[in-house]
Write a protein that binds this ligand. Sequence first.
Ligand code: TYM
Length: 326
Amino acid sequence: MKRVFSGVQPTGNIHIGNYLGALKQFVELQQDHDCVYCIVDLHSITMPQDPKVLRENIMDVAALYLAIGLDPKKSIIFVQSMVPGHTELAWILMCNSYTGELSRMTQFKQKSRDSESAPTGLFTYPILMAADILLYDTDVVPVGNDQKQHIEITRDLAERVNNKYGKTFVVPDGRFLKEGARIMSLDDPTAKMSKSAENIHSRISLLDDTNKIKKSIMRSTTDSEGTIHYDMGSKPGISNLLNIYSAFSGLGVVEIEKKYEGRGYGDFKKDLVDVTVEAILPIQQRYHEIRKSQELIDILKDGAEKANTISEKTLTRVKEKFGLGL
Ligand code: TYM
C-alpha cells in the first residue's frame, strides 16, 4: 500500500478551505492507503503562540481529525513534537539545502516582510516540512494548492540527497483536489481563505454555528451581474461560491449552473448555507463528543509510538548513508 502523509497547523479556526482542500482527502485516502496524519505544532511556533491556547488548539485539531472521519485503526494520528525524528532529520536536510532556494519561498517572503528580525524557524520552515514527509517514506501528500512550492522543495531535497548519497528517500507527489484546492476568502475572492484574516466573515470555520455561517455566506462578495456562472477571472466571488457548493454537494459546477439558471444570487446563497450546514453539522456533533475524552489522549499517545517506530527506522538508514554516529 502506498504511504500518505499530511499535516495541519494547530493555529485555530480550521476552516472550510482546510477541509475542502486537504482534510476531505485525508478521509478518502485512508480506505486504500497507509496513512499518517500529523498535527504540526512545531511549525506553528514559527509565529508567536500563547502556550495555553496552543495546547487547546492541538487538541481541537486532533478532535476534528476524528470528527471528520479519520479512523485511528486505519491511520496513524499524532502530534509532531512527540516524535523527535522530525527535527533531527530537518537538521540533516538543512545541511543539504541552500539559503538561496529558501529565500525564494513565497511564504517566507510574505510572512517575514523582509524584516531582519523574522524568526530563523520561519526561514527553515520548508525544511521541517520536507523532513515530516521524507521521514515516513511518503508517496502521496494530500494538500491545498498553497503548499505546491513546499512539495517542490521536498522533491528537490529528496532527489539531491539520493543523487549524492545513493537512494535514501522516496520522492513524494502532491495530491490536489479540483474544486477544493484553493478556497478563496469570502470578502475578497482574490485572496485565499485564511485562518489569520482579521474579518471573521472572510472564512467559515468548521466550528462556526449556523447563524455565523449564514451571515458569512449571505454577505459574501459577488458582482453586479447577477448570473450564476463560473469564471474565476471576471467573476471570482460567485466562482468561489460555486466551488464550495460543488465540493460540499458532490454536484459538478456545470450541473449547479444549470440548476440556478434564471435565479439570483440571494437564492443561490440561501441554498449554499443549507448545503454547508448539512455537511458541517455532523462533524461538529462528533467533535463535541470526542473533544474532552480520555480516548483522544490515548489515540495521540498510541499514534506517537507508531510514528516513532517508523521514524527511528528511517533515521537509522539516513545516518548510515551520511556516515553519522557509530
Ligand atoms: P495549514 O495548516 O496552513 O493548512 C492545512 C491544509 O489546508 C490547506 N489549505 C487550503 N486549501 C484550500 N483552500 C484554502 N484556502 C486553504 N488554506 C489552507 C493547506 O494547503 C494544507 O494542506 N505547511 C502546512 C502544514 C504542514 C504539512 C507538512 C502539510 C507541515 N508539514 C507535511 C503536509 C505535509 C500548512 O501550513 O498547512
